[in-house]
Design a protein around this ligand. Structure first.
Ligand code: DX5
Ligand code: ZN
Length: 231
């Protein structure tokens, strides 16, 4: 599902995992006002990852307070059981991990049939070649740059080589899909991940840990706008 080239723009996707959940509505309005392009929504089941987070009822509530696209990142062992509920609750794109997705084409079709964008996530230890053969059926590939499960971890530098490899392979095959980077992305490394080929930038603690969301989102946007992809 290659996007028309004009849609393949850089997008900043704050991860609300690092937001103040007691004030989630306000946090989302603030991040929208700050210029976020989409909201990254991390779902953890305590099984695929060693942590629990938020799920369908919270996504439904978030849907009511923003018009921004909701980017649901399912870090769960049995995604097939839940994709429909997440799309019905208002998710615009669904990322399912390849490590728990035995049939990527069937999953992509299922997500598309439900009316959402289909994405496949890749953990740091997983080879990108598990997903690349199916890239023509996807809207996005999500590259994890931390071991999933927790916000606030250090960026794993090997993710840069994986990004370059993925973007080169996509280019070679004439595919212009989104490549999302997730984990440890902050103002001090966002230019490097842009240069390596990412165009969707998830940042949790790098944004919600700051006092002024407009300032940090603006600074990130400026850096990614100034940095060409070097692939
Ligand atoms: C990690 C999640 C990330 C996380 C990113 O398992 O998938 O989306 O919230 O948070 P930071 O930017 O703090 O690493
Ligand atoms: Zn995530």
């Amino acid at each position: 599902m290659a996007l028309p080239p004009e849609d393949l723009r850089d997008k900043i996707a704050p991860s609300i995992l690092s937001a103040d959940f007691a004030r989630l509505g306000e946090e989302i309005r603030a991040i929208e006002k700050a210029g976020a392009d989409m909201i990254h929504f991390d779902v953890m089941d305590g099984h695929f990852v060693p942590n629990l987070s938020i799920g369908i009822p919270v996504l439904e509530s978030v849907r009511k307070v923003t018009r921004l696209p909701l980017d649901a990142h399912l870090m769960i062992s049995e995604p097939a059981r839940y994709v429909e509920a997440f799309v019905k609750a208002g998710a615009n794109s669904i990322s399912v991990h390849c490590e728990v997705c035995p049939d990527i084409p069937a999953m992509a079709k299922r997500i598309h049939d439900l009316g959402a964008r289909a994405s496949i996530g890749i953990n740091p230890e997983t080879d990108a070649d598990r997903v690349l053969p199916f890239a023509d059926q996807l809207d996005m590939i999500l590259v994890m740059s931390v071991h999933p499960g927790f916000g606030g971890q250090e960026f794993i530098p090997a993710a840069l080589d994986k990004l370059r490899y993925i973007r080169r392979e996509l280019k070679r095959r004439g595919l212009s899909i989104d490549v999302e980077i997730d984990g440890g992305v902050k103002l001090d490394n966002i230019a490097e991940v842009k240069a390596a080929g990412a165009n969707v930038f998830v940042s949790g603690s790098g944004i919600f840990g700051k006092p002024d969301y407009s300032k940090i989102v603006g600074e990130m946007r400026e850096l990614i706008a100034q940095t060409p992809a070097k692939i």
